[in-house]
Ligand binder design. Structure first.
Ligand code: IMP
Ligand code: MG
Length: 179
């Protein structure tokens, strides 16, 4: 697996220090709010456990299974693999996603939660944010790291469901997906 990585961007220790900082911010921002964390699967499953254990507040958690990528390209549409989520009516929601790229995933989920599920507020947290022009007008409220427009894997992020179990985040060698 390591041989497929062109360069390491963030080692586990760097990621965990950043999670400490962001968990502290969330703990301050949500101290007087009833909130539900909704984690977008599959990409969020690694950092979700690391982040949530650092938040010193009562909270509810649910996961939403969604897909949009085929290989290293966005399919341009969001596929909800699961239709039911927690009842968030009247509650504050904090969405967790691995990476903000075109913005389609976050904007689709945000509007669904606000308009169909009647959430009181929806904020979003992403581990990575790509520095590109988005297809959908959405930005994250909390960002782990801003990155260039490169295809990255590890610490939850995949290429065709592989590499999620790398302990660090790295850039995938181009020859592996550009054929
Ligand atoms: P968006 O809807 O285009 O913002 O893309 C969000 C989803 O695309 C993420 O949750 C990832 O699953 C996937 N994605 C986007 N860029 C990357 C990348 O560089 N590596 C791995 N997955 C990515
Ligand atoms: Mg993915």
């Amino acid at each position: 697996m390591n041989d497929d990585i062109a360069k390491v961007l963030y080692h586990e220790s760097t990621i965990l220090s950043r999670l400490d900082e962001l968990a502290h911010l969330i703990t301050e921002d949500y101290s007087d709010k009833e909130f539900t964390v909704i984690s977008i699967l599959n990409g969020s499953f690694i950092f979700m456990a690391d982040l949530l254990r650092r938040i010193q507040l009562p909270l509810q958690v649910d996961c939403w299974s969604v897909s949009s990528y085929h290989g290293a390209k966005s399919s341009g549409s969001i596929n909800f693999r699961q239709h039911e989520v927690a009842d968030v009516s009247g509650r504050h929601v904090l969405l967790l996603d691995d990476i903000l790229d075109s913005g389609l995933t976050l904007s689709t989920i945000k509007s669904k939660l606000m308009n169909e599920k009647n959430a009181k507020s929806v904020k979003s947290w992403v581990l990575l944010c790509k520095n590109i022009t988005r297809k959908a007008e959405v930005e994250a409220d909390y960002v782990g790291f801003k990155i260039d427009n490169e295809f990255v894997v590890g610490y939850g992020l995949d290429y065709n469901q592989q590499y999620r179990n790398l302990s660090y985040i790295g850039v995938l060698k181009e020859e592996l997906y550009k054929k």
